[in-house]
Design a binder for this molecule. Structure first.
Ligand SMILES: [Zn+2]
Length: 320
């Protein structure tokens, strides 16, 4: 999936090839895109000039000189190609933006999941994005505050564009490996200094990514992503793969031990507290019910038995 560095590379392409040019015609070549833009909207694009291009997370905004915004998103594997307007279309061409110099920007997308939308002028675009992963002003402290609110594992949290915009499955995995954090560690279990390492790792990983197309180019050497069974570049332990929130997650079981969350205390304490609370609640409820039927002694026994169960469950989820 194109992530921040790849989208930034696409933006650079648009800056050099399309910025300042007027749109002669936009052709939508796939039904999924035709549903997003009406024929009237398409027609009204002719003559508009691409004044500037902007990246927000993984979104591409082509600001037109009249204030409208052509908004492209590659999703799983889109990309731009530049052809002469009359040249045969490349395979998987989903849209063509014909420019006034007889070249065409082709939206190429084999999965056809990418999107192109048009936003009217004068509307503030809210894409629901958190701070940009490449923004130097995005601090570890901000990241820590966000993660502190999340009980779920840190890896899916990093993919949430509201938490940080621009990271995807690959660079999230790479960043966690670099920071030696288990993808399974609960967000709120990470101590501040761990989050500081994570913030630095994200920065290093994004800087290192050249924006070349990792899928068909070896210039970006990944440390952990897609390296299942291969030796960890730090400790030689075979890299493992797991499915997490429906996505492949790669990690080194030695450098990124799952116990790391417990080691840092918070998770253990929280889990214990939660277990105790749940146990108390359950126990109280059951005790009340039982008390109605039986003597007080019986209620106490039941409460004790039930109190153990949630504690066990919490321990299990800590390991998972
Ligand atoms: Zn390792």
């Amino acid at each position: 999936m194109p992530e921040l560095p790849e989208v930034e590379a696409a933006l650079e392409f648009l800056r050099t090839r399309a910025r300042g040019r007027a749109i002669a015609r936009v052709r939508l070549l796939h039904p999924a895109l035709q549903r997003r833009l009406s024929p009237a909207q398409l027609q009204a694009l002719a003559g508009a000039r691409i004044a500037r291009v902007e990246r927000r997370g993984k979104h591409q905004l082509l600001h037109l000189d009249d204030g409208r915004v052509l908004h492209a998103h590659f999703r799983m594997n889109g990309d731009w190609a530049l052809t002469e307007t009359n040249a045969p279309l490349p395979r998987f061409a989903r849209a063509a933006i014909d420019l006034d110099d007889d070249t065409s920007l082709i939206f190429v997308d084999s999965r056809a999941l990418g999107t192109i939308d048009l936003h009217p002028a004068g509307v503030a675009l809210d894409l629901g994005l958190g701070p940009d992963a490449a923004d130097p002003e995005w601090t570890a402290s901000q990241l820590a505050d966000e993660l502190a609110r999340r009980r779920g594992p840190v890896k899916p949290a990093l993919l949430d564009q509201r938490l940080v915009a621009g990271l995807g499955n690959i660079y999230a995995a790479e960043s966690l490996w670099r920071a030696r954090i288990s993808p399974f560690a609960p967000g709120n279990a990470l101590a501040r200094e761990r989050v500081q390492s994570l913030r630095e790792a994200i920065d290093a990983v994004l800087r290192r990514a050249t924006g070349s197309r990792y899928t068909d180019d070896d210039t970006v050497t990944l440390d952990v992503y897609d390296r299942e069974g291969l030796p960890c570049r730090r400790c030689r332990t075979p890299i493992e793969r797991a499915v997490q929130a429906g996505r492949s997650t790669y990690f080194c079981p030695t450098c990124q031990p799952r116990e790391i969350a417990a080691k840092h205390g918070t998770a253990k304490k929280t889990a214990k507290k939660t277990a105790k609370k749940t146990a108390k609640k359950t126990a109280k409820k059951t005790a009340k019910k039982t008390a109605k039927k039986t003597a007080k002694k019986g209620a106490k026994k039941t409460a004790k038995t039930i109190a153990k169960k949630p504690a066990k469950r919490a321990a299990r989820s800590r390991r998972a």
